[in-house]
Design a protein around this ligand. Sequence first.
Ligand code: HEC
Length: 155
Amino acid sequence: MRRVSKYLGVSALFCAAVTGSGFAHAGGDKVLFPENFEAGVHYTTVHRGGIREDMYVSRDTIDAVKNGEPMPSGTVITLVDYREGKIFRYVVMEKRTGWGAEYPPAQRNGEWEFQAFNADKSVNRDEDLARCFACHKSQASNDYVFTLDAMKSAE
Ligand code: HEC
């Protein structure tokens, strides 16, 4: 028994070293690549230098936001990040009832989880998801979303 637990301890250390952070990836792994995101509403685009960010969410979520309701459980927001016209990566946030309960209050973003995907739609294991939580936390009064106003004024 002792040898087994020793082995597990070593492998946990190894994972932390490989991902470059001690932050658990288990939460982010709840977020699957949103294969049909383009069937939703392309509600805004942000341009910054050579970067273009196209953002998508479902019609149900747009309707809820316009009605002043919270974004429903199951909401998936997809940001397609283009660099010099080519897809560079996708960043995704997803909200589901009951998610997020394991995080300390200082870190938790309501019921949201975050994930970063490479251009080939594989998970980017080098991403430090704690950064997503830290920055989006500033939008707590807007359900942790920066582009809530764009959703409200979407077609
Ligand atoms: C340093 C701050 C910062 C960090 C870190 C960050 N974001 Fe964002 N995120 C933004 C801003 C600002 C926007 C609004 C679009 C813009 O201005 O580029 C945004 C927009 C988004 C959106 C569209 C919905 C919204 O909030 O407007 C998603 C989805 C998203 N980010 C996911 C992620 C994920 C996943 C990560 C981590 C891999 C991440 N973000 C890390 C600042 C950040």
